[in-house]
Design a binder for this molecule. Sequence first.
Ligand code: RB5
Length: 142
Amino acid sequence: MKIGICNDHAGVEYKFKLVKYLESKGFEVVNFGTDTEVSVDYPDYAHKLANAVEQGEVGLGIALCGTGNGMAITLNKHRGVRAGLAWASEIGRLVKAHNNANVLVLPARFISYQMALRIVNTWLTTPFEGGRHQRRIDKMPV
Ligand code: RB5
């Protein structure tokens, strides 16, 4: 499984820790930047990750910014992306089980790294429930 990851300057520290963690678990991680704390514009990185998800270059994605909202709003402009913001592990479970989020968005300035790790692990290991949730997802596109 290939996982893409992107972030702005607010997410760079957690991004590097997550890349190391995911690689230690056997995932191939594609890093779409940014890699420094120099201030950048989150859409520049969100679009790179979203394009990779839509083109099947990566199966799943993780995005980090300060609140998570800039990344989530931008990512969800892409038809092939369902980006869900999570700040607790139960939300990480539900965003996969119910929303089948193919990109997990984390608010790096509002959660601890330990919480980020718990959310990522829960999201990765939770299966999509399908059924009525698939019906709802089918109604999302405009
Ligand atoms: C950057 O200061 C901040 O605006 C960004 O990380 C994010 O929170 C935007 O939604």
